[in-house]
Design a protein around this ligand. Structure first.
Ligand SMILES: Cc1ncc(COP(=O)(O)O)c(C=O)c1O
Length: 355
């Protein structure tokens, strides 16, 4: 079976994790801070706050920005549900925004048009690692706080700088399907001292300088995870370079044959996910089954979040999101994948579609 995704875990990672286990200091040791400093330096942010998942990063960010009942937050409708769920969990209303036909991210114009008097923040997603149009979005939204959901985008670059550098807070994920993994894990990046302090307080039972100042949970990262993350960080350039090579092979094969995600001029994707939108006339789930029969593990590309059970009653109609969610397929892509395996996936998909 050619797997959809596979983290690249080598001996360095195993040694790093074993050293933490041997030390007995599994949590609240020095490694989390070291991991934070390394990622902050890489992206050029003042602060990094490591947490237990990308979802926690989004939830704590909304809380730190004091977004709650009565507030509305712009959010692209095409994604894994975490960003929209985080807004709901905060008690605020999600303002779903459709995505661009080619880039599969919400455009600056779409975000600006969806904004109203109650809008308190915008979540901007670099979907599948494809950078959002950061500069235009900044210009379109003015002083409105931007939360960059860069869960998929470590190693990607906007035209003007690294993903993870946009807006008030950027959130990363280290789930095994992401570019680097810590098992579960996430991180908030910010240049704002006050927001960073709130995030650190919120991840640790609401404690600030030894006092419990608000009721909050435990969203800390373990030292086991941080050790894994630090070892993974050494591979980042190699991982991203290989992903780009593999994605280029897919692009060459499918260009003009199927809709693919395009990257804004001057920006660079890390290809966290390689998606294709199937042409009309094919049943997507049947295609996935037939690929599996041929030894290719492909998956659903993404979701139209406003159509999920968790948003029952939403009347939003977002045709591009709905089209991509209904017809999108994620193809296998991981750094250890061989070129011949890409050829095999291409051949299998063509066979399934055209016989
Ligand atoms: C765009 C986006 N945001 C947030 C998340 C949540 O990350 P995690 O799985 O680490 O909670 C994901 C995970 O798939 C994602 O794709």
């Amino acid at each position: 079976m050619i797997r959809l995704a596979k983290p690249w875990i080598g001996e360095d990672e195993q040694r790093a994790v074993a050293a933490v286990l041997e030390s007995g200091q599994l949590v609240q040791g020095a490694l989390v801070e070291r991991f934070e400093q390394a990622v902050a330096a890489l992206i050029g942010r003042r602060h990094a706050v490591a947490v237990s998942s990308g979802t926690s990063a989004l939830q704590l960010t909304l809380k730190a920005l004091q977004i709650g009942p009565g507030d509305e937050v712009l959010c692209p409708a095409l994604s894994w549900p975490s960003p929209a769920h985080a807004v709901r969990v905060a008690g605020a209303k999600v303002q779903f925004v459709d995505v661009d036909q080619d880039e599969w991210n919400s455009s600056a114009e779409a975000l600006r048009e969806a904004r109203n008097g109650n809008t308190r923040a915008a979540i901007v997603i670099d979907q599948f690692g494809n950078p959002a149009r950061a500069e235009q979005i900044h210009a379109a939204l003015g002083a409105l706080p931007i939360i960059e959901d860069a869960a998929c985008a470590l190693g990607s670059r906007f035209a003007g700088g690294p993903c993870g550098s946009l807006g008030k807070v950027s959130c990363l994920s280290f789930h095994p399907r992401k570019i680097l993994t810590t098992g579960e894990g996430g991180m908030c990046l910010t240049d704002d001292d006050d927001v960073a302090e709130k995030l650190r307080m919120l991840r640790n039972h609401g404690q600030l300088r030894g006092e419990f100042v608000v009721a909050a949970g435990n969203s800390r990262m373990t030292d086991i995870a941080a050790a894994l993350g630090l070892a993974q960080l050494q591979r980042l350039d190699e991982i991203v370079a290989r992903r780009r090579e593999l994605a280029a092979l897919y692009r060459e094969a499918f260009d003009g044959e199927m809709d693919l995600q395009s990257t804004p001029a001057g920006a660079e994707s890390n290809y966290q996910t390689f998606g294709v939108v199937l042409p009309q006339g094919h049943d997507r789930n049947a295609v996935l089954e037939k690929l599996a029969e041929r030894g290719v593990e492909a998956g659903l590309l993404s979701f139209a979040i406003h159509k999920l059970g968790s948003f029952t009653g939403s009347e939003a109609s977002l045709p591009i999101t709905e089209h991509i969610a209904a017809r999108g397929v994620a193809l296998p892509l991981y750094p250890q994948m061989r070129n011949a395996e890409v050829d095999e996936v291409v051949r299998s998909l063509r066979e399934v579609l055209h016989g």
